[in-house]
Structures are given as C-alpha cells and as structure tokens.
Design a protein around this ligand. Structure first.
Ligand code: PEP
Ligand code: MG
Length: 312
C-alpha cells in the first residue's frame, strides 16, 4: 500500500506502486464508486454533484418545488455518502453544482432556466450558486449532514471561481450553514485564466487546495469552445499557455503550503503527468480506466527526478 491514505481503507485496494504524487480517480456517478475504489486510487479527485441532480431528471428548482428542500438535500447526501463510504478513509472531493443552463434546460422544469447565448461563459458554477444562495445552502447542508455522520473524508470543492472575492463569498456561505472552514478541507477549481493569475489571492482566502480543471482552462485560455467540433483541432490542453498557467499556479501554491491537483481529462495524458509531477503537483485525478497507467507514469517521472537530483 502507499502507507498513508489507503493503508486503512475499508475496501481492499489493488496492488499499486508507491508514488509521492497521489493518484486519484474521478467518479462520475455514485453507482461507479465501488469499482473506482477497487483501483487502489488514493481517493476521489472529482465527484460532480450535478450528476446526482441530472439523474433525478428535474432541475434543482423544480425538484425543491415538488418534493421539498429536505428531499433535495437527502438526494445529494445519499449520492455523496455512497462514494464517501466506498472510499473511507481515503479523501473524496465533491464539487458543488456546475451544470450550464443548456444542460438544465433538458430536464423537467428546464423551460424556467435562462436561455443564454453562450452558456459556457454564463450562469453556472460558483457564480450561479452565489446568485441563488438558497439553493447553494441546500447543497452545503448536504455536506454538513455528511460531516455530522462522521464522513470526515469528504472535501468540498467550488467550481468556476474567478478571484478571491468568489472564494470569500463561498466561504461565508459555508459558515452560514454551520460548516467551519477551518475544520474542513475545502478548495476551488482553477479553470479560468483569471483564477490562475489570482492564485495568491485564492490561497490568502484560506483554501486548502486548488484543482486544475483543464477542460475549461483550455477552452477559456485558448478561446476554443470545448463542445465545438469546428475548432476541435485547436483544443490543446498541453498548449504552452495552458501549461504555463498551471505551472505558475503550482509554484505559487507550493510557496504557501496549498495543495494542488488536476482533475480535467488531460490529467490522463502522460505528457501532462510528466509536466505536473516535475512541477511538484500534489495529486493527479484520472478516469477509472486510466488509474493504473497514471500510477506507472508518475512513478517513472519521480524516479527520473530522484536520479537527476542524485547525479547533480
Ligand atoms: C474541467 O473543467 O476540467 C472539469 C474537470 O470540470 P467540468 O469538466 O465538469 O467542467
Ligand atoms: Mg470545469
């Protein structure tokens, strides 16, 4: 085992190489948790809350109006708990809602969603949560319930932040529902160029970690819509501009003792693993099928780094 996090895991993880970089797994839906846990990953780097909502086939507003707030909170708590349980005590990072309005429009109640010219630049992520604090606090109440149940392995992640102001407001909402930010591990996605450039401010706002969302960071940095086939050949997560934003953010965070991770699709690319392990990233989170290869690649890079250091 890797000694620290997975040694005491309730499920028996597969044999894995020891790496200084934690290799975690992204979990799509709670039903996928057991299989993901059996890979021996060091935890969950990303569980998206919106998938628990999309599976109800109702928008959050529609769900709350029809079934009540408590039922909405329970739906979220149940989904999160399945994953937290499968991985306990390995850490499980869960992100608050981040579905763009065009996805919510597909659901029951979707006709009440705003129609946006460009949903990817619009009403989603932390900006929507801060604008609709009642719904945001229901999400946070689901986290509080898990903490009360003893799932101290659950970590809270906020999407699409732009600057320290977003982080401070999110933090205030945690406090408003009775979650003590100093007692819990929480952090933010770095998936806008602004957030990477404001890394110092994010750290000062008290985050324990940042997680690079390269799916969005690539589209916003290169101005290439991630869902537009006409420009798909220009979509390159390893573009020097994207890599530079990530590397500089890692350096800033390391100086301040803030952990860094990557959970976008590009985390599975060996070249990205090489770049980021070299830069000193704390953890890498990949899809379930890529865990083994990511472990091997991180181990290879780490061994080269050690050899280079010895030879110097
Ligand atoms: C990302 O942007 O890289 C990310 C992991 O978030 P999502 O794919 O949900 O936007
Ligand atoms: Mg994203």
């Amino acid at each position: 085992t890797d000694g620290q996090q997975s040694a005491a895991a309730s499920s028996a993880p597969a044999a894995k190489p020891m790496t200084a970089t934690d290799i975690k797994v992204n979990v799509s839906i709670p039903e996928a948790a057991e299989r993901a846990a059996s890979t021996g990953a060091d935890g969950v780097g990303l569980l998206r809350m919106e998938h628990m909502v999309l599976s109800t086939n109702e928008t959050p507003a529609h769900y709350v109006a029809n079934h009540g707030e408590a039922a909405f909170v329970s739906t979220l708590t149940d989904g999160m708990r399945t994953v937290a349980e499968a991985f306990y005590p390995r850490p499980v990072r869960i992100r608050t809602l981040d579905a763009p309005t065009d996805e919510f429009r597909q659901l029951e109640g979707g006709t009440d969603e705003p129609v946006e010219h460009n949903p990817m630049l619009g009403y989603r992520g932390i900006r929507r949560s801060l604008d609709e604090p009642e719904t945001f606090r229901l999400q946070l109440r689901a986290f509080r319930k898990l903490y009360e149940m003893g799932y101290d392995n659950v970590e809270l992640l906020f999407p699409l932040v732009v600057d320290g102001d977003d982080v401070r407001q999110a933090r205030a909402q945690m406090e408003a529902v009775g979650i003590d930010p100093d007692q819990r591990d929480w952090g933010v996605m770095v998936e806008t160029p602004a957030s990477a450039l404001c890394a110092e401010e994010l750290c000062d706002a008290g985050v324990d970690f940042v997680s690079f969302g390269t799916n969005d960071l690539t589209q916003y940095t290169l101005a290439v819509d991630r869902n537009n086939g006409a420009v798909a050949d220009r979509y390159d997560a390893l573009h020097p501009a994207v890599v530079r934003l990530i590397r500089e953010t890692i350096a800033t965070c390391r100086e301040r003792g803030v952990a860094t991770s990557i959970c976008g699709q590009a985390a599975s690319k060996p070249a990205m693993i090489r770049e980021l392990v070299e830069a000193g990233i704390t953890s890498v989170s990949v899809n379930v099928d890529a865990v083994h290869d990511a472990q091997q690649e991180a181990k290879r890079v780490e061994q080269h780094l050690i050899l280079d250091a010895v030879r110097e």
